[in-house]
Design a protein around this ligand. Structure first.
Ligand code: SF4
Length: 323
């Protein structure tokens, strides 16, 4: 359903006084495939490139190079009709529901506008479709006339999800859909997404910095670090047998005894995506870094069927056992 081949996105930096043009290497040679009905979890710290990759898939950001197809449609060079076709195939659920909705429009008006834009149904049919879409996500008829300021974050995220499903897309990309919500609301939104995914037979990409979220939703997980995929595996294989030191740090951050949700990679800050380290990009933070790691970029290699790792020393990484 989703095919990404060697996608690259370098954003030029416009800073005064630069002698040579610098670029933020946000996505740097990513290939990924998602089968129909599959849920791929995409994890990594902020700045790892996962949100840019999502926007490349949805044609919102044009890649510097690479090929991207969603249900057979090339999303790297969309025109007007192509954009409308893609909107009916794939939708995005944003992190911040308040930013995703027009604060001056009622929820009913916001959802109806999507149907009107795509010339779907009569006025009466649109009203009925919008009411049942809101009901499906647990919002009764009283929400039709509410503006975003009258709703909680959880209620608004439900409305955003209802709006995303109005055009009956095959693909839903969720970019940190629960990270702006209270902990008590997060589980309910994830349960809602799980139910909708099953009922609508959706293909999903679930983006999160938190492996706990991905674990609830995804069947397969790809871990991104500084614009590259460093490990990908079936969910259970990743949680019981991760072989990349960065994935292990993320897993450690997701254990109950840690509360920050941030990976423990010593005191070293993540390097800049403007000028990433030579060799393995993780080497300044990696406890296993050796000379080769500082000069030679490790390739992404398949160490067993469906399990790929980008690490010279993956055989020496202690196998994780998380249950
Ligand atoms: Fe660490 Fe070297 Fe593996 Fe990179 S290649 S993750 S620096 S051991």
């Amino acid at each position: 359903m989703i095919s990404v081949e060697d996608a690259v996105k370098h954003f030029p930096l416009a800073r005064r006084g630069l002698r040579r043009r610098e670029h933020v290497r946000s996505v740097d040679g990513v290939s990924a495939h998602v089968a129909p009905g599959e849920v791929l979890g995409l994890v990594g710290e902020s700045g790892s490139g996962k949100s840019t990759l999502a926007r490349i898939i949805l044609g919102l950001v044009r890649p510097t190079s690479g090929r991207v197809r969603v249900d057979g449609l090339d999303t790297t060079c969309l025109t007007g009709p192509g954009r409308r076709q893609l909107a009916r195939t794939a939708q995005l659920v944003f992190q911040d529901p308040h930013a995703a909705m027009d604060p001056r429009m009622t929820l009913g008006e916001s959802l109806t506008a999507v149907l009107a834009q795509h010339r779907i149904g009569t006025r009466e049919e649109r009203a009925a479709t919008v009411s049942s879409a809101l009901e499906e996500v647990g919002l009764d008829g009283t929400y039709l006339d509410k503006v975003p300021g009258e709703c909680s974050g959880g209620q608004l995220q439900r409305a955003v999800i209802a709006r995303a499903l109005l055009l009956a897309p095959k693909v839903l990309i969720c970019d940190e859909p629960t990270s702006a919500l209270d902990a008590s609301v997060q589980a309910r939104i994830l349960n809602l997404l799980r139910r909708l995914r099953r009922e609508h037979q959706l293909t999903m990409v679930m983006i999160s910095h938190d492996l706990r979220v991905v674990r609830v939703m995804a069947e397969r997980v790809a871990v991104m670090y500084l614009g590259q995929i460093v490990e990908t595996a079936a969910r259970d294989d990743l949680f019981t047998g991760a072989r990349h030191p960065y994935t292990l740090a993320l897993l450690d951050a997701a254990t109950p005894r840690r509360v920050t949700g941030e990976p423990d990679t010593g005191a070293v800050e993540p390097p800049s995506p403007i000028n990433p380290p030579a060799g393995c990009r993780f080497h300044p933070r990696c406890p296993l870094a050796a000379d080769q790691c500082r000069t030679v970029m490790p390739p992404l290699v398949e160490i067993e069927p469906g399990h790929e790792v980008r690490c010279h020393r993956w055989r020496e990484v202690p196998v994780s056992v998380q249950v």
